[in-house]
Design a protein around this ligand. Structure first.
Ligand SMILES: *Cc1c(COP(=O)(O)O)cnc(C)c1O
Length: 564
């Protein structure tokens, strides 16, 4: 099937199929010059839009335009993270201001938002528009301010987003909430149906039948909660207009904690389709949420993927094309099995060039076995674990490249970072910390490493997409069996740590490095076989095209039919 054939097949029985699905997210990682993302959640949202565009899926993105973006990271003399904000100039980044404004009521004060449009797509394919709402003082920066600021931003996203689509004449019928930040969109949609004469009960059923919710984290801080007083002040007037009384409204966000209102529980209660982002995370999410009163939607899983056009090294893309693979085609038509016969010498040349580019940036040795670790500095990711026995680590013929930002308010995360920065200063020939991690830096770091290390506390890593970016580039994963890795791992493509306890994981990590990784590295032929297996086996399975097709077939199409 070509793209257009499959698109026609999918949407044939859905009239008015233009721009049907609205994908809402607090962050979108499209490119490093548009800094409206903080990490994996945003990069995933950006990759989702890019893959949807290439597949010709009628989808639009809805988010916020943060004029200060997310912070740029620096490091001071003490090795402590510093934060600075640049002013995002939308026109210079190819955004267009739409000819509409959108009003939202914030606890009695009406604010008026601008709407910007960014077209996402690559070259000749279909375009997916991303609409970004902006109110200068409110969308100052991503994840800025206190709880009140956050609920205001999230009302703008959810309520303002729905109104923006209406004002723009985008006839969205399916709504996908990427995390719970945008959950107030459901209340606004119910309100709108009720204002048009529907009963509250019918409107709620209608909204639920056309809403998809993706939960992204088992870490409590990743599941947005607000005090009920704050929610009462900001959202109850809207709920009242939808015919939902106070008790009923507070029950939507109830998860058994007094005085707290959870957006994940509310999202689950108002979505007919819900999923985690890996098989393991699906299980964990079911354990966390399924027994709550009023949660009757089965929580399934759609394992994340990565957009290969963004994450495959361009020289490797060319080499794969010469080998008969079309990395930009949907996985079943891409011919990935042909990658097994990739020319090993050419693969090594491409990989060595990536290593050289990274070495030039870091002043490390371009020939040495390089371990990469780059992601947000959230403490559950245990960034400092591998340095626990420094002597044992440095006895190995390895060097390490580290990067990542800690949330400005995450002092424990900053402490871990500071510890690693100190080590990098003492052992600058072996350990390098690169500042201001973003999409652009990830594109340089990942293909330039040999090993991609991920050692979170299991099962707190819902997916872990950076490991997929590594895998498709032939960078071998050495990871805790958490997130996507239990699905991707086999001994031909990398190494697995069981994820039992800090002590056990550390011992297993050192042993794997000493007894397996380093010997494999010293046998170039063996290493190239593993690189080839990683590319051949994992690229089709962890491509964002595969993930988006799953969303379409399992959720978007049934939801679109239900809302006819
Ligand atoms: C892919 C990516 C992430 C996600 O990394 P994980 O290891 O999955 O947490 C975070 N930040 C950037 C810039 C990325 O490109």
């Amino acid at each position: 099937m070509t793209n257009s054939e499959s698109t026609q097949t999918w949407w044939a029985d859905i009239p008015d199929s233009s721009e049907t699905i609205a994908y809402f997210s607090m962050e979108f990682g499209i490119e490093e010059s548009l800094p409206i993302y903080s990490g994996g959640l945003g990069v995933l949202a950006g990759d989702h839009l890019k893959a949807a565009a290439e597949l010709g899926i009628p989808l639009v993105g809805v988010g916020l335009l943060y004029r200060g973006g997310y912070f740029h990271q620096g490091v001071d003399e003490a090795g402590r993270q510093t934060e600075s904000y640049e002013r995002v100039e939308p026109e210079a980044l190819g955004l267009h201001r739409e000819d509409v404004t959108v009003d939202v009521d914030l606890a009695g004060e009406t604010i008026s938002a601008n709407v910007w449009r960014k077209d996402v797509g690559t070259g000749d394919g279909h375009i997916v528009p991303l609409y970004l709402l902006e109110v200068d003082w409110l969308t100052d920066a991503l994840y800025s301010g206190d709880r009140e600021h956050r609920i205001r931003q999230e009302l703008l996203l959810g309520v303002g987003g729905v109104r923006a689509l209406e004002a723009l004449g985008v006839g969205a019928t399916v709504f996908h909430m990427n995390e719970g930040h945008s959950a107030f969109l459901a209340i606004e949609r119910i309100r709108s149906f009720v204002q048009h004469g529907m009963s509250t009960e019918a409107a709620m059923a209608r909204v639920k039948a056309s809403t998809v919710f993706t939960t992204h984290t088992p870490v409590p801080a990743g599941n947005e909660i607000f005090g009920t007083d704050l929610v009462a002040r900001y959202v109850e007037p809207l709920a009242a207009e939808a015919g939902i009384d106070e008790a009923e409204f507070l029950a939507l966000g109830d998860f058994g904690e007094d005085g707290a209102f959870g957006l994940t529980p509310m999202s689950l209660r108002l979505s007919a389709y819900a999923n985690g982002v890996s098989a393991l995370h699906g299980e964990v999410a079911r354990e966390m949420w399924s027994s709550l009163d009023g949660v009757d939607t089965e929580i399934g899983h759609v394992t994340n993927g990565v957009h290969l056009g963004t994450w495959l090294d361009p020289d490797l893309t060319d080499l794969l094309a010469e080998t008969g693979v079309s990395p930009s085609a949907p996985p079943e038509n891409a011919g990935w099995e042909k990658a097994a016969s990739i020319d090993r010498d050419a693969l090594w040349r491409v990989h060595s060039a990536s290593k050289l580019r990274l070495a030039e940036l870091t002043h490390l040795d371009p020939e040495r076995l390089t371990i990469g670790f780059a992601r947000r500095f959230a403490t559950y990711k245990r960034a400092a674990l591998v340095y626990t026995d420094l002597e044992r680590l440095l006895a190995l013929p390895v060097q390490l490249v580290v990067a990542g930002k800690a949330h400005p308010q995450d002092n424990p995360g900053k402490d871990v970072m500071q510890e690693i920065i100190e080590l990098s200063r003492q052992h600058s020939d072996r350990i390098v910390f690169l500042e201001d991690y973003d999409i652009g830096l990830a594109q340089t770091i990942i293909p330039g490493c040999d090993i991609w290390l991920n050692n979170p506390t299991r099962p707190l890593e819902a997916s872990g997409t950076s490991g997929m970016k590594a895998a498709v580039n032939g960078v071998l994963n050495l990871s805790v069996l958490d997130g996507w890795w239990p699905e991707g791992y086999d001994p031909d493509v990398g190494w697995a740590i069981d994820g039992v306890s800090d002590e056990a994981d550390l011992e297993q990590l050192y042993r794997l490095l000493e007894e397996q990784v380093v010997p494999a590295w010293q046998d170039r032929e063996r290493w190239l076989e593993m690189m080839t297996a990683s590319i051949t086996k994992l690229s089709p399975r962890f491509s964002m095209h595969r993930a988006v097709i799953e969303y379409v077939e399992r959720y978007y199409l049934p939801a679109a039919r239900a809302s006819q």
